[in-house]
Design a protein around this ligand. Structure first.
Ligand code: SAM
Length: 261
């Protein structure tokens, strides 16, 4: 599939077609309204349920760290209009940075997050807004407790997926986590030629994690989404082998149809 989409053989040709793949992906989002409904493809109503399950997952993996008065910092990748930062990350992290390649989204995020002091006595706030795609981004060394990547990694080629996680490892504090929250295909992958993204299967993701030298700490399935959507999984990943891998993805949904296939 990648050979067909971005070419193989001649390096210059492959480079050109990879650039074209990314331009088309960003080009798709540039035409989308800067709103929660826009970044959720018309499914703005799932925001509440999405945030609820993400919050439970985050609280589970961070555990005591959330109650120890630590200064916690997160990075929101492919942040869109700042939906995840506003509704989830700023509830727990004193500082949040955002990376997003579409300028009208990141400007909207900047506006949306202006007065976003949340639950704690010291106002948590969004600090840095990086307008850049993930395949070109390298985080500041040792800044983040959590790097949250939701509904955007499908835009990256396999090679850039692995390269991004390898670069981004330096951005984590010791014992920090990546959290990847993504649509998951039943088998193989599903290519979306409209927004230029690929939905990977669980096996596909696990193979890429392995290639990136990441360890699965915890995995959980999102519940309560409309049946016509892809199943969604949350993966907590570490750069060192975890003592125990926690698998709480036992529940099955009876019927799963996909939005895109
Ligand atoms: C479905 S939206 C999700 C936005 C946000 N993560 C959320 O859950 O509200 C996909 C986002 O990925 C961004 N995106 C597209 N290509 C990207 C790339 N190469 N690197 C990082 N983000 C990208 C889009 O601009 C868009 O904001």
């Amino acid at each position: 599939m990648w050979a067909e989409e971005i070419g193989e053989g001649e390096a210059a040709e492959a480079q050109y077609r990879t650039k074209e793949w990314y331009n088309k992906g960003v080009g798709f989002w540039e035409k989308v309204e800067a709103s929660v409904d826009g970044v959720l493809g018309g499914y703005g109503h799932v925001n509440g349920r999405d945030v609820k399950d993400s919050n439970e997952f985050l609280v589970d993996i961070l555990g005591e760290r959330l109650t120890q008065n630590r200064h916690l910092v997160a990075l929101d990748c492919g942040a869109g209009v700042g939906r995840v930062t506003k509704n989830l990350l700023l509830k727990h992290f004193q500082e949040v940075d955002l990376v997003e390649p579409v300028s009208h989204f990141i400007e909207s995020a900047r506006e949306n997050l202006k007065v976003c002091g949340q639950s704690k006595s010291v106002a948590n706030h969004a600090v840095n807004f990086y307008c850049i795609p993930l395949q070109e981004f390298t985080p500041e060394e040792g800044r983040y407790d959590v790097i949250w990547i939701q509904w955007c990694i499908g835009h990256l080629t396999d090679a850039d997926f692995v390269a991004f996680f390898n670069r981004a490892k330096v951005g984590l504090k010791p014992e920090g986590f990546f959290v990847l929250k993504e649509n998951v295909a039943r088998n193989g992958f599903v290519l979306d030629k409209e927004d230029h993204s690929v939905t990977r299967s669980d096996t596909y993701f696990r193979d890429l994690f392995k290639q990136a030298g990441l360890y699965l700490y915890k995995i959980k399935a999102q519940k309560g989404f409309p049946q016509e959507l892809f199943p969604v999984k949350m993966y907590a990943l570490t750069t060192e082998p975890p003592a125990i891998m926690q698998d709480v993805s036992h529940e099955r949904r009876s019927k799963r149809r996909t939005k895109k296939s």
